[in-house]
Design a protein around this ligand. Structure first.
Ligand SMILES: CC(C)(COP(=O)(O)OP(=O)(O)OC[C@H]1O[C@@H](n2cnc3c(N)ncnc32)[C@H](O)[C@@H]1OP(=O)(O)O)[C@@H](O)C(=O)NCCC(=O)NCCS
Length: 143
């Protein structure tokens, strides 16, 4: 593992980084609901006690959905996003997952580039998927 598993105490820092990274961030309560629910796995990377990136995934039987991934702006393009993804793949494999899915905004080129580099391919488009009306691309990767 490059990072470590989430703990309840991490949720405030994760919520703060969500707010920094997304126009429609998950708040602490949404994070806590996911964190405490069955099949959820969260990993994070911290440096000198500071949270620099995190990811979250839900596993249902032999499929997983990556629900969250973000890296603090000043730490981007140094491989942390890839490391978080590798950790999620490793957990998913141990749980017997065969296929991983995610959704990404059509405008989010940097995330799409990360996902393509990590072996994902585009499946189809979900029209007006986000609250502001933007479309989502659904991507998948076999493990
Ligand atoms: C998407 C995100 C997690 C990537 O994190 P990161 O730590 O920068 O990712 P990495 O350094 O591991 O990048 C891996 C590859 O992704 C691609 N990539 C990442 N950011 C990119 C950018 N801004 N432009 C083009 N390609 C990019 C590159 O191929 C990169 O490899 P390279 O640096 O060797 O060229 C980060 O940009 C982020 O937090 N964005 C805001 C939150 C977000 O959009 N999350 C995804 C929601 S679906």
């Amino acid at each position: 593992m490059n990072g470590r598993a989430w703990k309840m105490d991490d949720l405030d820092a994760i919520a703060a980084l969500e707010e920094e990274c997304f126009p429609d961030p998950w708040n602490r309560r949404m994070l806590a609901d996911s964190f405490l629910s069955e099949g959820f796995h969260g990993v994070l990377i911290e440096e000198e006690g500071v949270l620099v990136g995190y990811g979250g995934m839900r596993i249902i039987l032999d499929e997983a959905e990556i629900e969250l991934i973000a890296v603090s702006e000043m730490y981007r393009r140094c491989g942390r996003g890839t490391e978080i993804m590798e950790d999620l793949f490793s957990i998913a494999k141990q749980c017997g997952v065969k296929r991983v899915f995610l959704e990404v905004r059509v405008s989010n080129a940097s995330a799409q580039m990360l996902y393509l580099k990590c072996g994902f391919y585009g499946l189809y488009c979900r029209t007006r998927y986000y609250p502001d009306g933007e479309d989502a691309i659904v991507m998948a990767r076999e493990l």
